[in-house]
Ligand binder design. Structure first.
Ligand SMILES: CC(C)(COP(=O)(O)OP(=O)(O)OC[C@H]1O[C@@H](n2cnc3c(N)ncnc32)[C@H](O)[C@@H]1OP(=O)(O)O)[C@@H](O)C(=O)NCCC(=O)NCCS
Length: 169
């Protein structure tokens, strides 16, 4: 996967690249072209963009922090958690260019999310990664071990310790 590189949205000079991105879901396209830079400037969501050697956008993801109610976590994943809101990192958006879907870019983006999460979790408390999936992406997250939060149709999570063990052994 060395053909891909990940950059912060701040580093994208040609804004037209953001406008031309199409993952097949209009809201995710619109977010990248209209709101991602602003949210980054505000510090409320960090967006990272995957580029190929020709600087075309292959995909992107946006991260933010979140809290999950104790009751939303399935019993088998609660461990010894206190009954307080639990700190989490939210994959606020993740999308791949629709022409390139099914070629491993989503998997690569998710691996980059995991690497960043492991780094962040060394300097602040984080227990879960969460994501609000779409009908079309449920199976993608399930494939990578995400489970549904209690009583939520499309909200998925994975415990960060599980990710760490998978990455770091
Ligand atoms: C969902 C999405 C991010 C997946 O990215 P992708 O590049 O198409 O997926 P990949 O090629 O990396 O697939 C990785 C693996 O997931 C599996 N998978 C399971 N369900 C899948 C699904 N619904 N879509 C894509 N892959 C899926 C693939 O079979 C593949 O397994 P393999 O490596 O063993 O063959 C992408 O299709 C997309 O951007 N969809 C539109 C936007 C969207 O729904 N975003 C999610 C909202 S947060």
């Amino acid at each position: 996967m060395s053909d891909y590189r990940l950059v912060s949205i701040k580093e994208i000079q040609r804004k037209s690249l953001l406008k031309n991105f199409d993952c097949g879901i209009e809201k995710l396209n619109e977010f990248l072209s209209r709101y991602a830079i602003r949210n980054d400037e505000l510090g409320i969501g960090r967006t990272f963009v995957a580029l190929n050697n020709s600087n075309h956008i292959l995909g992107y993801f946006t991260l933010a922090t979140a809290q999950v109610a104790y009751q939303e976590i399935p019993d088998e994943c609660k461990g010894k958690l206190p009954k307080y809101p639990i700190p989490a990192l939210r994959i606020a958006r993740l999308a791949v260019n629709k022409e390139l879907q099914g070629n491993g870019i989503g998997k690569w983006l998710l691996s980059q999310v995991f690497i960043k999460v492991v780094q962040v979790s060394d300097i602040t408390g984080l227990y879960l990664i969460i994501v609000d999936a779409k009908e079309t992406s449920k199976s993608f997250y399930e494939y990578y071990g995400f489970q549904r939060l209690v009583d939520e149709e499309l909200s998925y999570f994975v415990v960060i310790d599980t990710v760490k063990k998978a990455i770091l052994g």
